[in-house]
Design a protein around this ligand. Sequence first.
Ligand SMILES: Cc1cc2nc3c(=O)[nH]c(=O)nc-3n(C[C@H](O)[C@H](O)[C@H](O)COP(=O)(O)O)c2cc1C
Length: 185
Amino acid sequence: MRILVFAGSLRKESVNKKLATVISGKLDVLGAEVDFADFREFDMPLYDGDIEAADGIPAGTQELASRITAADAIVIVSPEYNYGVPGPLKNAIDWLSRIRPYPTIGKICFLASAAPSMVGGARGLIALRPALSFMGLWLSGDSFSLAQANKAFNEDGGLNDSDLDKMLDGMLDRFVKVTGSAQTT
Ligand SMILES: Cc1cc2nc3c(=O)[nH]c(=O)nc-3n(C[C@H](O)[C@H](O)[C@H](O)COP(=O)(O)O)c2cc1C
């Protein structure tokens, strides 16, 4: 079972990238083949119908599409910007939606978020669901939001809070089981 994992943040010290790394390690232990991507690999311009008409789908979008196509499931770990979906991630979804058929159709998807705030980016994940659902992804009912993420990681990169760590283990175990019973590739 192959699972694409990426964070919807570009910056190097991103707490969402740190959480994506934790999730990748746990999926590896659960026996999945993890494709960990840096969102920078999917560089693309702001969606512009004129660019699409002149040049087609950008290379970064095509790369993201082919990595999704090769996966049975995807994990998106995204910050919340102004209670919503960060622009770069929404832009990538908009470009992806110009490909037929959608590369996302039938893929299982687990969402997670991290933020220094007490809410941990949970509102951004709620905002993310409609567009992903429209793109044919099967969204896990579970999602994981890491609050106070600026002080949530230990020196080894793991989660400080063992209860939260166990909760995440349980969610990912269910996600892997569901993906295994509905393999798409
Ligand atoms: C444009 C912008 C909007 C933000 N809006 C929110 C917000 O609505 N809620 C929140 O908890 N944090 C918000 N933040 C703070 C981010 O959670 C914080 O910068 C976080 O570290 C971003 O994730 P990253 O570390 O993975 O890049 C915002 C940050 C930026 C740059």
